[in-house]
Design a binder for this molecule. Structure first.
Ligand code: TNX
Length: 513
């Protein structure tokens, strides 16, 4: 009889309110706190409205939410403002929940609708990314789908563990058009990453227009690994990327790699080359052979002019000066060069970021080292931290998106090992480096070098599913870190990527449905 009653109840439940296909906790990155209420699932009605606090940035998030939901649902989803927005059978995005920090949000799903509350538009934006994941995967479709748009009932309270959560795209080894970069921005936003580092210059190409040194782009921008045409971003292109990222609460970190990785600049301006001799264009993949002459004053004119223009185009606080693999500039020539460039950056009102090779150079206020080592016992970096440096962690053997997943991965490197999803997930940014306290860690970044990556599809293949793993390390509380749970949640993302037309690697470690 009890069994019969259960079957009957289930049948009645199926008729009245079939359970949401997604559970409230099925979110990547995992939220700080999830309290499901299975009695409070919400079916988004066709006439739902989006009500938003009367604030331009919040209204922009409301429009972004509507733009996300309209194609698949086919619903009009009008966006209106209100002094104290309530769900009223739809979705409310409310500012004024001031206890959640600069990026936190709370999300409540009840029979009355969905309410996202935050202190900032960035918080609302992150809440919207969660809301999106709570709807059936078909919500990612670009065309209308017949579906019951149910959200699971309950409450989420969420905020990030680290303030810096990023990914890097190398647009120098292969050049990618603006549209591809914007698509990468979308991928970052989906997983609550908030920094896009653009590796804009390298031996194979200079990818940003500089008015005071025009040949950098027009001559230095020609070519790429393998001999393709290359290209560069005009100032308008770059501004478009920066603005598109800013609308998604993502800060662009531009990198001008110095003093090595500069062959393309030397091709454009041989006067910068040691002995003034123009090198040949380079389309290979070796590193460490090129450098601007640290003993020449002309070098510092070049660096000052370039960094000033890039700084002026970049609203974010960071300027990345590279500093890696300058094998031919050694000892005091190297540290002296870095210290002088650090002063140039400070003079432009920006905070310097550099690969961790700059550690031995003197401290500059607030400077950030991006650590890409593979052995967490790094006394030089720990010493730089003691002198005041902060860190962004990109361990080569966990966070490098250009490493192969497995021996048969068709593209990618393996110098830092093979990185399948578990390896990408199983490390702790707060405790990775010996002698470095968690407080010195600003966060994480997953770099994609593109020696072997030539298209948007290949970018996505290397990002998915590892980028979400890095995103979770940057966002979610360490107490919830759990590979078994993560792989299940990640598996459920696959249907979303498929619906969104995102290429991804079907890692054998993940139980894709
Ligand atoms: C090392 S990581 C580099 C890059 C290469 C990458 C390939 C770093 C700061 N420098 O120049 O593209 O390895 O994995």
């Amino acid at each position: 009889a009890a069994e019969l009653a259960r079957v009957a109840a289930r049948a009645a439940g199926d008729l009245l309110a079939p359970p949401a296909p997604v559970r409230l906790g099925d979110v990547v990155p995992a939220p700080e706190r999830v309290v499901p209420d299975p009695t409070a699932d919400f079916l988004l009605p066709a006439d739902a409205a989006i009500r938003v606090s009367a604030d331009p940035a919040a209204l922009a998030v409301g429009e972004q939410l509507a733009a996300l939901l309209r194609p698949a649902t086919g619903y009009p989803l009008p966006v209106t403002d209100a002094p104290r927005p309530e769900p009223a059978g739809g979705i409310a995005l409310a500012l004024g929940d001031d206890d959640l920090g600069p990026e936190g949000y709370r999300l409540d799903v009840t029979a009355a609708g969905v309410r996202v509350g935050a202190a900032t538009a960035a918080g609302l934006f992150h809440g919207v990314q969660t809301l999106r994941q709570l709807l059936p995967a078909a919500v990612e479709s670009a065309t209308q789908v017949a579906e019951r748009w149910v959200l699971p009932g309950g409450s989420i309270t969420d905020r990030p563990r680290f303030g810096y959560r990023g990914a890097m795209l190398d647009v120098a080894r292969h050049f990618f058009p603006v549209e591809d970069v914007l698509r990468v921005v979308d991928h970052l936003a989906r997983y609550k990453l908030n920094h896009l580092h653009l590796h804009l210059t390298d031996d194979q190409g200079w990818r940003i227009a500089v008015d005071s040194w025009p040949r950098l782009a027009t001559v230095g921008g020609v070519g790429e690994v393998g001999g393709g045409p290359g290209g560069y971003y005009t100032r308008a292109d770059y501004r478009r990327i920066v603005a598109y990222a800013a609308e998604r609460h993502i800060t662009v970190v531009p990198e001008i790699d110095l003093p090595g990785h500069t062959n393309s600049a030397l091709v454009a301006y041989p006067e910068l080359a040691p002995h003034g001799i123009a090198p040949a264009r380079y389309t290979g993949t070796e590193v460490g052979f090129s450098y601007v002459d640290p003993a020449s004053e002309r070098t510092y004119d070049f660096v000052s002019d370039v960094l000033a223009e890039v700084a002026a185009l970049t609203p974010g606080p960071w300027l990345h000066i590279g500093g890696d693999e300058a094998f031919k500039v050694k000892g005091e020539a190297y540290t002296g060069f870095v210290e002088r460039v650090q002063r140039i950056v400070a003079g432009l009102g920006k905070t310097v970021v550099g690969w961790h090779q700059i550690a031995p150079a003197g401290h500059a206020d607030g400077r950030v080292l991006q650590w890409w080592g593979t052995n967490g016992d790094d006394p030089a970096t720990a010493e730089a931290v003691r002198r005041g440096a902060r860190l962004v962690l990109s361990p080569g053997n966990h966070a490098y998106l250009d490493m192969k997943y497995a021996p048969d991965t068709p593209i990618g490197h393996d110098w830092a090992g093979l990185i399948d999803v578990r390896r990408a997930y199983d490390w702790d940014p707060g405790a990775h480096l010996a002698g470095v306290p968690a407080e010195a860690v600003l966060g994480v970044e997953a770099p994609l070098w593109t020696e072997s990556v030539t298209s948007r599809a290949e970018i996505e293949f290397m990002l998915f599913p590892r980028l979400p793993a890095c995103a979770e390390l940057g966002w979610s509380p360490r107490t919830g870190h759990d590979w078994a749970g993560f792989r299940e949640r990640l598996a459920a993302q696959g249907a979303r990527w498929a619906a969104a037309g995102i290429h991804y690697h079907r890692s054998v470690e993940v139980p894709w449905p």
